[in-house]
Design a protein around this ligand. Structure first.
Ligand SMILES: *[C@@H]1O[C@H](CO)[C@@H](O)[C@H](O)[C@H]1NC(C)=O
Ligand SMILES: *[C@@H]1O[C@H](CO)[C@@H](O)[C@H](O)[C@H]1NC(C)=O
Ligand SMILES: *[C@@H]1O[C@H](CO)[C@@H](O)[C@H](O)[C@H]1NC(C)=O
Ligand SMILES: *[C@@H]1O[C@H](CO)[C@@H](O)[C@H](O)[C@H]1NC(C)=O
Ligand SMILES: *[C@@H]1O[C@H](CO)[C@@H](O)[C@H](O)[C@H]1NC(C)=O
Ligand SMILES: *[C@@H]1O[C@H](CO)[C@@H](O)[C@H](O)[C@H]1NC(C)=O
Ligand SMILES: *[C@@H]1O[C@H](CO)[C@@H](O)[C@H](O)[C@H]1NC(C)=O
Ligand SMILES: *[C@@H]1O[C@H](CO)[C@@H](O)[C@H](O)[C@H]1NC(C)=O
Length: 546
C-alpha cells in the first residue's frame, strides 16, 4: 500500500474523526440509529499466543431424557447413550470442521461404569432418583455403544477426548468430600479395550467438576494429582508400542486458583492439559442473561480465569497447556431462546477471542447437542446460530493470536488472528449496541511502523451506504467480510443471516458454503447494530504471521 495513499487516508480519517457521532436515516427495519466512528489497532509484530489448529471443540454429555431443570427437560435424546448417530445432519455438521474436537463428559461421567466383556451383569441405564448425588443412579456404558460412538467419530473425522469416572473407588462424605484414592480398574479396562480395537482417542480426561469446592463432590488437589500420575502411567503402559500416545487431561472443574496451583505443581510430569469449565453467566433460569451478554464490563470479567490460569502456568515448571474443557455459559442446561439463539454468539465468540488471547489452546462448547445450549437443535439437529459462528471461527481464525485495541465505543469488541491456511489476517468485530452502526478504521503496526491500511476515498461516501462498495480497477486490495445478524433483528432468533441472507441447511442436510462479500480495503468496515463481522484481509503481511 502506497505511502501517499496512507498519508491522505490518515488525514481524511483525522478530519472525519472530529465528528464522532452523526445520526443517519434508518438502515434496517426497527428504529433509528446513530453512526459512530472507531478505530481498531492491530499489532502484527509478534503473536501474543497460539492456539491448537483445531481450537474449536464441542461436548457430548450423558444426561438422559428425564434430566430436567426448572421444570423443563431440554436434553431429549442427546445423550452419549442414545443420540441418533445415523442422523445425516449430525454427521455433516461434525464433518464440516474436519476436524471438530469432541469432548465426552459432564456431571454424570463420575457415575458411569464401563461394561466389561467378562461381566455377566446387565449394563444398566441411569435411573432418576432424587436421593442420589446428581439426581441419578449409576449408569453403564455398553461396549456395543462405545463401538458405535467410535465408528461415528472416525467417519466424521472428529478428534475425541473422553472423560473418565474419577469417583470410582472413593467414598463420598456428607459434606461432599471424596475420600480415598481413585480406583483405576474400570478406566483401565475401557482404555485397554479401546487401544485393542484401534480407536484413536486424542485424550483421556480424569473427572468432572471435582476440583476446588466441587459440584456435588470434591477431591483434594494432592490426591487428584496422585490419581493423574496413576492415569499417566497407565496410558504410558497401555500405549507403550504406539507412536502417538493420548494426552492426559484434568481436572475439568471450575477454576480455583489455590486448588489449581497445587494440582499443577504436583503433576509436572504427568499432566499434559489442564482443563477448566466456564459458567460465568450464572444459572440458566435467569431472565436477564441477555443484559449480562450485552454488557461489556460483564464480558470483560470473564477473562479472569483465563488470565489467572495463564499466569499459574507461566510461573510453573509444568509443560501443561490450558484448555476450556466445557463452557455452557449458563449452568443447569442454559436458557431456551437465549443460549441457543443468536444472542449467544456475542458471548461465545467473545469468549473464544478472550480465551485464545490468554493462551487457551482449545475451547469446548457445552454442547454439540443437548440442553438449551446446543450448537445443534436437540430434536431437529438443525444448526443454531452458534454452530455457524463456530464454523466461521474454525475456518478463518488461524493459530497465531494478535493483540488488538479499539479506540471508540466500549460496545465494540475486537479480536484478530493470522488467517487460517491463507495469507493475511482475520479480524473479528462484535457490536453489542442495538442502535449504533460503527464505521471501523483499521490500523496496523509492522516492525515499529504504524500504518493506516484503510482510507476513506472521499467524505461524501460515508453518508451514502449504497456507494460504499466501489469496485475499482486500481484497488488491488480487496477484503472479505462475513456479517452475521439475527433474523428480523431478533436476538432470540435461532435463524442466522450471513450478509443479509438466511443460512440454512438444505433437505440433504448439507452445511451450506459460507460465502463472504468482497469489499474494497479503501472503505471502513461497517459494523451494523447487534452484528458480528469477520473480516479477512488477504494482503496484510505481518511478521507475526510468517
Ligand atoms: C434411590 O437411592 C437411594 C439411595 O441410594 C436408594 O436407597 C433407593 O433405593 C433408590 N430408589 C430407587 C427407586 O431406586
Ligand atoms: C478396584 O475395583 C475393582 C473392580 O471394581 C475391584 O475388583 C478392586 O478390588 C478395586 N481395587 C481396590 C484397590 O479397591
Ligand atoms: C428446535 O427446532 C424446532 C423447529 O424449528 C423448534 O420448534 C424448537 O423450539 C427447537 N428446539 C430448541 C430446544 O431450540
Ligand atoms: C482515539 O480517537 C480519538 C478521536 O475520536 C482521538 O482523538 C484519539 O487521539 C484516539 N486515541 C488513540 C490512542 O488513537
Ligand atoms: C434504541 O434507542 C431507543 C431510544 O433511546 C431505545 O428505546 C431502544 O430500546 C434502543 N434499542 C436498542 C436495541 O437498544
Ligand atoms: C518505518 O518507516 C520509515 C519511513 O517510512 C522507514 O524509513 C523505515 O525503514 C521503516 N521501518 C521499518 C522497520 O520498516
Ligand atoms: C447514493 O448513491 C447512489 C449511487 O451513487 C445514488 O444513486 C443515490 O442517489 C445516493 N443517495 C444519496 C442519498 O445521496
Ligand atoms: C444441498 O446442497 C449441496 C451443496 O450446496 C448440493 O450439492 C445438494 O445438491 C443440495 N441438495 C438439495 C436437495 O438441494
Amino acid at each position: 500500500m502506497g505511502c501517499v495513499l496512507n498519508f491522505v487516508g490518515l488525514c481524511l480519517w483525522v478530519c472525519l474523526m472530529s465528528r464522532s457521532s452523526i445520526p443517519v436515516a434508518s438502515q434496517r427495519s426497527g428504529g433509528s440509529g446513530n453512526v459512530e466512528e472507531g478505530s481498531v489497532f492491530i499489532d502484527g509484530r509478534v503473536a501474543i499466543g497460539s492456539t491448537d489448529d483445531d481450537f474449536i471443540c464441542a461436548t457430548l454429555d450423558w444426561w438422559p431424557p428425564d434430566k430436567c431443570d426448572y421444570g423443563t427437560c431440554s436434553w431429549g435424546r442427546a445423550s452419549l447413550l442414545n443420540l441418533d448417530l445415523s442422523n445425516k445432519i449430525l454427521l455433516n455438521a461434525v464433518k464440516a470442521f474436519s476436524p471438530l474436537k469432541v469432548r465426552m463428559g459432564g456431571t454424570l461421567q463420575d457415575k458411569v461404569i464401563y461394561q466389561r466383556t467378562s461381566d455377566q451383569n446387565p449394563c444398566a441405564q441411569f435411573v432418576k432418583n432424587s436421593s442420589e448425588m446428581f439426581g441419578f443412579s449409576e449408569g453403564c456404558l455398553p461396549m456395543s455403544r462405545w463401538d458405535e460412538l467410535n465408528l461415528f467419530f472416525r467417519e466424521a473425522g472428529a478428534v475425541v477426548i473422553f472423560g473418565l469416572n474419577a469417583l470410582s473407588g472413593r467414598t463420598i462424605g456428607l459434606d461432599g468430600l471424596a475420600a480415598g484414592a481413585w480406583n483405576s480398574s474400570d478406566a483401565e479396562s475401557l482404555i485397554r479395550y479401546s487401544a485393542n480395537k484401534g480407536y484413536t482417542i486424542h485424550g483421556w480426561e480424569l473427572g468432572n467438576e471435582l476440583s476446588g469446592n466441587g459440584v456435588g463432590a470434591r477431591v483434594p488437589a494432592d490426591q487428584y494429582a496422585s490419581d493423574i500420575n496413576t492415569l499417566q502411567s497407565m496410558v504410558q503402559n497401555i500405549y507403550a508400542g504406539f507412536e502417538v500416545k493420548p494426552l492426559v487431561l484434568g481436572p475439568g472443574g471450575l477454576f480455583d486458583a489455590i486448588w489449581y496451583t497445587e494440582f499443577i505443581d504436583k503433576t509436572l510430569k504427568s499432566l499434559q492439559v489442564v482443563t477448566h469449565h466456564i459458567y460465568n453467566l450464572g444459572p440458566g433460569v435467569d431472565d436477564h442473561l441477555i443484559d449480562k451478554i450485552l454488557d461489556p464490563s460483564y464480558l470483560d470479567g470473564g477473562s479472569k480465569p483465563f488470565q489467572d490460569l495463564q499466569s499459574i502456568l507461566q510461573t510453573s515448571a509444568t509443560s501443561a497447556t490450558a484448555w476450556v474443557g466445557e463452557a455452557g455459559g449458563a449452568y443447569n442446561s442454559g436458557h431456551n431462546l437465549v443460549t441457543n439463539a443468536f444472542a449467544f454468539s456475542f458471548w461465545y465468540l467473545d469468549q473464544l477471542g478472550m480465551a485464545s488471547s490468554y493462551g487457551t489452546k482449545t475451547y469446548c462448547r457445552q454442547t454439540l447437542i443437548g440442553g438449551n445450549y446446543g450448537l445443534l437443535n436437540t430434536t431437529t439437529f438443525v444448526p443454531n446460530p452458534d454452530y455457524y459462528s463456530a464454523l466461521l471461527w474454525h475456518r478463518l481464525m488461524g493459530r497465531n493470536v494478535l493483540s488488538t485495541s479499539f479506540n471508540g465505543t466500549k460496545k465494540i469488541r475486537t479480536y484478530a488472528h493470522c488467517s487460517k491456511q491463507s495469507p493475511g489476517i482475520t479480524l473479528l468485530l462484535i457490536n453489542l449496541d442495538g442502535n449504533t452502526t460503527v464505521q471501523v478504521q483499521v490500523s496496523t503496526e509492522n516492525a515499529g511502523n504504524r500504518t493506516s491500511t484503510l482510507q476513506h476515498k472521499d467524505k461524501t461516501q460515508r453518508s451514502n451506504f449504497s456507494r460504499m462498495r466501489p469496485v475499482s480497477k486500481i484497488d488491488a486490495s480487496m477484503r472479505e467480510e462475513y456479517h452475521l445478524t439475527a433474523k428480523d433483528g431478533d436476538l432470540h432468533s435461532q435463524t442466522l443471516l450471513l450478509n443479509g441472507k438466511v443460512v440454512t441447511i438444505n433437505s440433504s442436510g448439507i452445511v451450506p458454503p459460507l460465502e463472504p462479500i468482497r469489499v474494497s480495503s479503501m472503505d471502513p468496515v461497517i459494523v451494523a447494530p447487534f452484528s458480528i463481522v469477520f473480516v479477512r484481509f488477504p494482503n496484510i503481511n505481518y511478521p507475526a504471521c510468517k
